[in-house]
Design a protein around this ligand. Structure first.
Ligand code: BGC
Length: 731
């Protein structure tokens, strides 16, 4: 039906109009009347001529309506615009940064936060979210690690699907859902040295087995669009990568959405050394299967000429335009181009009490309890006195994090506010800043220079720490220390923050460290000393309340790390699903094995790890039958008991190892998980099904297959899961 409509529309479109659909502009000029500056004036004229398919960064009902009207009232064919926006972890109500939210392992909660983000964005005229970001990353130096779901392809795939479903719902044509965009296709998270936009040189097997699975899962879940990437992969820029975009994504996966370039990534193929000029870049990109040009200005200068010269078959332009029109039809824009321009919704659906409550709910589920010696946590609400220390504790902005969409600056609940709201009136809550956090980069430029040496505030902090029964110390990173373009060589806490911790710990051992950060940090020294550590990421609008929920035990923490925390920056890239190598262990106490001579190989806190205020015991791992063959399955079961004194949640994790294969396989791979809740003293038997699908991988035959042989299976509460059994797969 839609395809017929597209056929008839395409049949009356001129080449210029078709190319117009492939053009995306960023626009941020005032919405009252045509823009005054030359660049924007030109965009405005093109909008009127039907030479633009989509806009980015135009928000509000008034803003989007005005541009939609410009197109509908002036252009020949009145093809409605898409309005894209970086809706990464909320729109106005801000949820935890994606890496943090992934620590919840709670797919329902994750789906819900995306659906609320979609509801708010669509109430502001947006119909296309530039998320989810599904890049696997194992390098904490890379600032954009905060935007993804961590290091593991299985967990990231499950989360990708939850986010796509949250954004798109079950019906793209509803007013409250929008088109999602899985990005960045592909391998952007594997930039050399963690330097943003840099070279990627991973091999074909790593690409298929580690990088592509979340994209494939998103494609299968019907993601409307994808975005390619700034990086090259083994010499070929992702934007000009035909094998990836045409052969794998569109042919082999049979995906019918459209591919947008990343910001100017088509014309960036010139400095990459892959195109002579914009015309050449346009040729490379369209041949490779990139359908829409985001601000690269290459398609508008190059495509018409390329078709006329016979260098690009017009059929390719038709296919790209068809894909874009298809999404516009699915969104229902042809029935009503103004369907997202609803002033009443804009007034009523954004930043509602309900949405803010939902943000608190996901936020508390995203907190990971890293350490709790002597069960110092949860704190009692009638603790005599609490010293709250650290600039981040009194910061209402940093918890909003990077990629904050339409969030109001300084709108988050600070930790200090959260604590004050949670405790009895009789409790003395004192506050001292101690030291500044670090060198943040506000928005695009490095303008916030902080004197890294200034430790003069420590004495005041020590003073209040001495007087208090317990100290809550917030340390970590400011909002803009992570995110795009924020790669760092050091992932240590800044020296003043380390000094602050030492000084406080010297006078009061009851220190609860609250980490706020967008990437794994090296906290090896603090982890040795502090009795309790909470990883709270950048938690969003309700940060302080959510942290207080966990600090005082109103919520029993259930988060598990989606990414390994290194002991030293020298260990990165660091991840649990490593290969064994030929020299995995120390034989005869010689140095000739794969290790560092000055540090352990293991993470300080591994993938999948997180404590609770109760404890869980795993027993009786059982495999239903010793082997299965094609079409069959086995069941792995385990009994989990809550051995503590409180009700709690646990993420039961299943890992496998394929012992011998046509290409080497990781020593452990997550293949299933279940988030369960158990009353104190209660047990439950959890079962996982293992079938051919689960043990498949991209083999030496260059196909996804299950290979016969022996497998080990592990179940536990982290990637260290040690209860083990084995099974065989027979062809
Ligand atoms: C980022 C994308 C983003 C785009 C539009 C680029 O710099 O890499 O993730 O969607 O800008 O803002």
């Amino acid at each position: 039906m839609i395809e017929n409509k597209i056929d008839s529309l395409l049949s009356i479109m001129t080449l210029k109009e078709k190319i117009g659909q492939l053009v995306l502009y960023s626009g941020s000029w005032d919405v009252t009347g045509p823009p005054s500056d030359i660049g924007n004036k030109e965009k405005y004229e093109k909008l009127k001529n039907g030479e633009v398919g989509a806009m980015l960064n135009v928000t509000t009902v008034a803003g989007t309506k005005e541009l939609q009207e410009t197109v509908i009232e002036n252009s020949r064919l009145k093809i409605p615009l898409l309005f894209g926006y970086d809706v990464i972890h909320g729109f106005k109500t801000i949820f935890p940064i994606p890496l943090g939210e992934s620590a919840s392992w709670d797919l329902e909660a994750i789906k819900k936060s995306s659906s609320i983000a979609a509801k708010e964005a669509t109430a502001s005229g947006i119909n296309w979210a530039y998320g989810p970001m599904v890049d696997i990353s194992r390098d904490a130096r890379w600032g954009r690690i905060m935007e993804g779901a961590g290091e593991d392809p299985f967990l990231a795939s499950e989360i990708a699907v939850a986010r796509v479903q949250g954004f798109q719902g079950d019906d793209l044509s509803k007013k409250t859902t929008l088109a999602a965009c899985a990005k960045h296709f592909a391998a952007y998270g594997f930039a050399e040295g963690g330097r943003d936009y840099n070279t990627v040189s991973i091999g074909e097997y790593e690409l298929h087995n580690t990088v592509l699975p979340p994209f494939k899962a998103a494609a299968k879940a019907g993601v409307a669009t994808m975005m390619n990437a700034f990086n090259e992969i083994d010499g070929i820029p992702a934007t000009g990568h035909k094998e990836l975009q045409r052969d794998i994504l569109k042919e082999s996966w049979d995906w019918d959405g459209f591919m947008v370039s990343d910001f100017a990534s088509i014309s960036e193929m010139i400095p990459h050394g892959y195109a002579v000029d914009k015309v050449h870049a346009a040729e490379r990109a369209i041949l490779a299967g990139c359908d829409m040009d985001m601000e690269g200005r290459a398609y508008e200068v190059g495509l018409e000429q390329l078709v006329k010269e016979g260098k690009v078959d017009e059929k390719l332009i038709d296919d790209a335009a068809r894909r874009i029109l298809r999404i516009k039809y699915r969104l229902g824009l042809f029935d009503d181009p103004y369907k997202y321009c609803d002033e009443a919704r804009e007034k009523n659906d954004i930043y509602t009490k309900e949405n803010i409550e939902a943000s608190r709910d996901v936020a508390k589920k995203s907190i990971v309890l890293l350490k709790n010696d002597d069960t110092i946590l949860p704190l009692k609400k009638d603790t005599r006195s609490i010293a709250v220390i650290g600039a981040l504790a009194n910061d209402k902005d940093s918890p909003i994090g990077s990629w904050r969409a339409m969030a109001t600056a300084n709108s988050a609940v600070s930790l200090l506010e959260g604590i004050k709201a949670a405790v009895d009136k009789t409790v003395k809550v004192s506050y001292a800043k101690g030291v500044a956090v670090g060198v943040g980069e506000r928005n695009f430029v490095r303008e916030l220079k902080i004197n890294q040496e200034d430790v003069t505030g420590i004495s005041e902090a020590v003073h209040i720490a001495k007087e208090a029964e317990v100290v809550v110390l917030a340390v970590g990173e400011e909002a803009f220390q992570s995110g795009e373009g924020r790669s760092q060589v050091s992932i240590d806490l800044t020296m003043p923050q380390q000094k602050l911790f030492e000084a406080i710990w010297a006078v009061n051992k009851n220190v609860v460290v609250v980490l706020m950060n967008g990437r794994p940090l090296v906290i090896t020294d603090i982890a040795k000393k502090a009795p309790a550590i909470l990883e709270t990421w950048h938690l969003g609008s309700e940060s302080g309340n959510a942290i207080a929920d966990v600090l005082f035990g109103d919520y029993n923490p259930s988060g598990k790390l989606p990414v390994s925390f290194p002991r030293s920056v020298g260990q990165v890239p660091l991840y649990y699903n490593i290969k064994n190598t030929g020299r995995p262990t120390n034989v005869d106490s010689m140095v000739f094995w794969s290790h560092y001579t000055d540090e352990k190989n293991t993470a300080l806190f591994p993938f999948g790890y997180g404590l609770s205020y109760t404890s869980f015991e795993y027993k009786n791992i059982e495999v239903s039958t010793p082997s299965f063959s094609a079409g069959g399955a086995i069941t792995v079961s385990i009994t989990v008991t809550n051995t503590g004194k409180r009700k709690g949640k646990e993420v039961v994790q299943l890992y496998i190892r394929d012992l011998v294969a046509s290409i080497t396989r990781p020593i452990k791979e997550l293949k299933g998980f279940e988030l369960i809740e158990l009353e104190a003293g209660k047990s439950r038997t959890i079962s996982f099904t293992i079938n051919e699908e689960i043990i498949r991988f991209y083999t030496a035959n260059k196909k996804w297959e299950a290979e016969p042989g022996e497998f080990k299976v592990f179940v536990g509460g982290s990637s260290k899961a040690s209860l083990e059994a084995s099974f065989f797969f027979k062809k």
